[in-house]
Design a protein around this ligand. Structure first.
Ligand code: GLP
Length: 247
């Protein structure tokens, strides 16, 4: 695991984009694992603006997303499919048939989970972008999730529902369940880039990087991944910078 202290959120995004850009130039058919949430938004803006300047094509790139809420139709403004279409896919030259997001409204969710994991194992992401939840979750793998998990349905923790309520009219509208790639799926990526910005991530980031490897902090498993880069800004990296445990 490599930790890079970036200047600020813009620098975090720029550095992540530099990895992606270089990798797509080397391999135009790259498989890119993508994340939702507010943290990667600036990265997606950089991808769009550089694409519009004619510098990078996504024609052959394939993408695989981490997770989706259960029960929201694909066109729902808070569904992760809608998020990805509107914040990235609609603005670059990617073939939408090459973009995969779990179907949270599948009639048979168990089958969807099984098929998603099997898809990931035959399409191992070359680069997986990750954010981190304030409780250390990655994708929707909440604390306590087995490190051996494949794609599954999860009941969201109250803290996650509260964190994500800002995107909904009110907290009661946040779905209680999600479908998420499991930790084993995520760890199968050849390279992982985790982005963390803002003080609300400081404790989780410390535990992920310096804490014990424990299912209580799902992101701590990344310490065992052979090619993970963590990009943190000054606020998210507070406890790492002062080199002591969060109080
Ligand atoms: C959600 C997503 C995660 C994301 C996390 C943090 O729970 N499922 O993939 O990393 O939120 O989101 P944000 O970047 O908005 O803080």
């Amino acid at each position: 695991m490599r930790f890079i202290l970036a200047k600020d959120a813009t620098d975090v995004s720029q550095r992540a984009y530099d990895f992606i850009r270089k990798s797509i130039l080397q391999n135009p058919s790259l498989i890119l694992g993508l994340a939702t949430g507010s943290t990667p938004l600036e990265l997606y803006k950089l991808m769009i603006s550089d694409h519009k300047r004619g510098n990078l094509s996504y024609k052959k790139v394939k993408t695989i997303n981490l997770d989706e809420y259960v029960g929201l139709p694909e066109g729902h403004p808070q569904s992760y499919r809608y998020f990805m279409d509107n914040n990235l896919f609609n603005h670059i030259d990617i073939d939408k048939n090459n973009t995969k997001v779990p179907k949270g409204n599948a009639i048979n969710l168990d089958k969807e989970c099984e098929e998603y994991s099997s898809f990931v194992s035959t399409n191992r992401p070359d680069i997986q972008i990750l954010g981190i939840g304030s409780n250390g979750h990655i994708a929707f793998n909440e604390p306590g999730t087995s490190f051996n998990s494949s794609t599954h349905i999860v009941k969201l923790k109250d803290s996650t529902i509260k964190d994500n309520a800002r995107f909904f009219e009110n907290e009661s509208e946040v779905p209680q369940q999600a479908i998420t790639m499991g930790i084993k799926d995520i760890m199968s990526a050849k390279m992982i880039i985790l982005l963390a910005t803002g003080s609300s991530k400081a404790e989780a980031l410390y535990r992920a990087i310096k804490g014990p490897i424990t299912e209580d902090c799902p992101a701590s498993i990344l310490q065992t991944h052979p090619n993970t880069v963590i990009l943190g800004d000054h606020t998210s990296s507070f406890w790492i910078r002062v080199n002591r445990e969060p109080e």
